[in-house]
Design a protein around this ligand. Structure first.
Ligand code: AMP
Length: 367
């Protein structure tokens, strides 16, 4: 019997889930408020509705054999009701936890992972107190709805406290400022019953708070660090009873790695797995959702993934037209292009950072 996967959200992650599902002969339905949501073009049905539209979410779940999410900010109350009635295979715990920076970091520490020092901030007094304790600079973040550097402010000195306090109309956390060597992310799929698979770990390079490049394998990361990252991340999933797909972002400082945040969905830094690995994060999520055995991914060759933001869209279209070997241009078909909006990505396979610098870097807008 042909199955249907329901996807809450219809962005580029939903599009790539649906593409992977289609290759397996499985159709998808997405729910997204935007008429031109990227996933709509590859899903057999698109329910155009807000993420808090209970009737529409109910319809999505009823029409699907199994449900997943690619958008994190669905109200928790709504998720709870859906989870009681339908087959949301990952459950809602990882999603609810990822919606709150305080909760996810608390869970990380309880699971044995190291985090940057953090504190719950409720008012200007607790902000002042903790900033003095952590030292300057430190970072104030909204507990909810932060992404790509939005909803956060670096406090550089005592003089910045009054300005930063404007953020305190919503719950916040304060973090110590980490002088990390580089950022990385671990993407895995599985559960206690079927075991876990891990994707090769890359180095993530952000510009202006947005991922710019993922370089795989991570330059400078040794096998011991790779093993400890994988083991620590798996322990985090086991300890919290999370299942399905999970991406965890870390700061690497010397021999330590510090948890930054989690996302229980495919991750931007895992786009490279489509062509760079023997199986992708999207395909393995689908296999998980469909109850098929998971396949351990193998890296085919070193890869560099470049995010294409609005300012680089023309360059990406030009590179696509030139049809370079081992160069895979993905455009998300968003009707409106803006600087800093994710419009596509390019995976350069059989490419390392030196080759990227020599051959490709100059083709894109310098950030
Ligand atoms: P986030 O939204 O928490 O992933 O933060 C976006 C980016 O801000 C990260 O990728 C880091 O480059 C930077 N950042 C976030 N938290 C910290 C921190 N505690 N110390 C230093 N840099 C940070």
């Amino acid at each position: 019997m042909t199955k249907t996967i329901g996807i809450i959200g219809g962005g580029q992650l939903g599009m790539m889930i649906a593409q992977a599902a289609a290759q397996m002969g499985v159709g998808c339905i997405c729910l997204d408020p935007s008429e031109d949501a990227p996933a709509a073009s590859v899903c057999k049905r698109h329910i155009v509705a807000a993420f808090d539209d209970m009737a529409a979410l109910d319809e999505l779940c009823r029409a699907s054999d199994v449900v997943t999410y690619e958008f994190e900010n669905v109200p928790a109350e709504i998720l709870r009701t859906l989870d009681d009635k339908y087959h949301i295979k990952q459950g809602i715990a990882p999603l609810c936890d990822s919606q709150d920076r305080l909760r996810e970091k608390t869970r990380a520490v309880e699971s044995g992972l190291e985090c940057p020092r953090f504190a719950d901030i409720t008012d200007i007094d607790s902000l002042r107190l903790n900033a003095e304790a952590f030292g300057y600079p430190c970072v104030l973040k909204t507990r909810r709805l932060g992404y790509d550097g939005h909803g956060q402010k670096v406090i550089r000195s005592r003089d910045d406290i009054a300005d930063a306090a404007a953020m305190l109309s919503v719950p916040c956390i304060l973090e110590e400022f980490v002088r990390y060597d580089y950022e990385t992310s671990v993407i895995m799929v599985g559960d206690q019953q079927c075991g876990y698979i891990h994707f090769p770990i890359g180095r993530n390079i952000h510009t202006g708070g947005i991922l710019d490049l993922s370089v795989v394998p991570a330059p400078g990361m040794d096998d011991d660090m790779r093993r400890r990252l994988a083991e620590g991340s798996e322990a985090f999933m086991r300890h919290n009873g999370y299942r399905g797909i999970m991406a965890i972002e870390y700061f690497v400082c010397g021999g330590r790695f510090l948890f930054n945040e989690m996302a229980p969905r495919p991750h931007n830094s895992g786009h490279y797995t489509i062509e760079g690995c023997s199986t992708s994060q999207y395909r393995e999520l689908c296999r998980y959702l469909l109850g098929l055995p998971l396949e351990e991914p193998q890296l085919k060759a070193p890869a560099v993934m470049k995010n294409i933001l609005g300012q680089d869209l023309d360059s990406a279209v030009g590179i696509a037209a030139e049809r370079h070997p081992d160069t895979f241009v993905h455009l998300y078909g968003k009707s409106e292009s803006r600087p800093k909006r994710k419009m596509g990505h390019i995976t350069f396979v059989d490419c390392d950072i030196e080759r990227y610098d020599a051959q490709w870097r100059d083709k894109f807008v310098k950030q």
